[in-house]
Design a protein around this ligand. Structure first.
Ligand code: ZN
Length: 287
């Protein structure tokens, strides 16, 4: 059972050397063997067979205000990404959710890394300190402001996602949002706020969304979630007090599920950390 929890989540473990020391090495970056993934608007370009498109960086025109990005070193050569305005000729754009089930661990990790970097450049073309247009630097890992000198770094937004387990260890608390497909239930989740620890965020979110107090917050695993820039931090926690009730308008229902009820429930797809948290709990001995 431990293996289930220790295997990397989908979109993690891209399996390349990020080679941060190469980000200022222009000669190395320009070598002929350089290849790049192509991203646009949060999606990845794929060939007609659905395989991620790999181009020479010079063959893809970066979106205005962006530049080719170094993801890292693989097989001795630079592997990059280019955010473009539209799908290159002969390719189509596909969402990570569509692609993930058909990609292996490393390809899924690379796709998510590339899309996350493209999302950051596309959405942060102006300096957040003074409003002037910023310029890509350090192979796309910095955006520097020529007006005020501030350097901006790729942004990752922490989200806690948690499985609430009852005191007896035989039921878990799941919720559903009105916008989800009919019958879908999943773990509670929410953004970490400034000035709080992860465990405080878990306790606050469960109280806000479901009106119950929890303790015993236990970290499980994490998952890059580039929609557009989240890092999902997965926890189990233990029910303490309160009657579950929808409170903040984010959920339309929240209820307990036994192991047997989970077997018949409409749960998130296996690529999602929510499903991993649920499956790992089901696989663990009761109590
Ligand atoms: Zn500035």
């Amino acid at each position: 059972m431990r293996g289930v929890e220790l295997a990397p989540n989908t979109f993690a473990a891209a399996g390349l050397d990020r080679a941060a020391w190469r980000r200022r090495d222009d000669a190395w970056l320009a070598q002929p063997g350089t290849r790049a993934l192509v991203t646009a608007g949060g999606e990845l370009a794929v060939d007609p067979d659905g395989a991620p498109l790999l181009v020479s960086p010079g063959d893809a025109e970066p979106l205005d205000g962006t530049a080719p990005i170094l993801l890292g070193e693989r097989g001795g050569a630079p592997l990059g990404a280019v955010e473009v305005a539209a799908a290159p000729r002969g390719a189509r754009l596909a969402s990570l959710r569509e692609l993930a089930p058909a990609l292996d661990q490393e390809a899924g990790g690379l796709a998510a890394y590339a899309v996350a970097m493209g999302n950051w450049h596309r959405r942060h073309r102006f300096c957040a300190a003074c409003g002037a247009p910023s310029l890509p630097a350090e192979a796309g890992h910095v955006r520097a402001c020529p007006a005020c000198g501030v350097e901006h770094h790729p942004r990752t937004d922490p989200v806690v996602i948690m499985l609430v387990v009852d005191r007896a260890g035989d039921r878990v608390l799941l919720g559903r949002q009105a916008s989800w497909e009919p019958g879908r239930y999943s773990c509670l989740a929410g953004f970490v706020e400034p000035g709080e620890s992860l465990e405080e965020a878990v306790m606050r979110e469960v109280d806000e969304e479901a009106g119950v107090a929890v303790d015993g917050v236990t970290y499980r695993s994490s998952q890059p979630w580039p929609f557009p820039a989240s890092l999902m931090l997965g926890f189990d926690c233990r029910y303490a007090t309160g009657e579950p009730v929808v409170r903040d308008g984010e959920l339309e229902d929240v209820r307990w599920f036994s192991r047997a009820e989970l077997g018949a429930a409409n749960l998130p797809p296996r690529l999602a950390i929510a499903r991993r948290l649920i499956d790992a709990w089901v696989a663990r001995p009761a109590g």
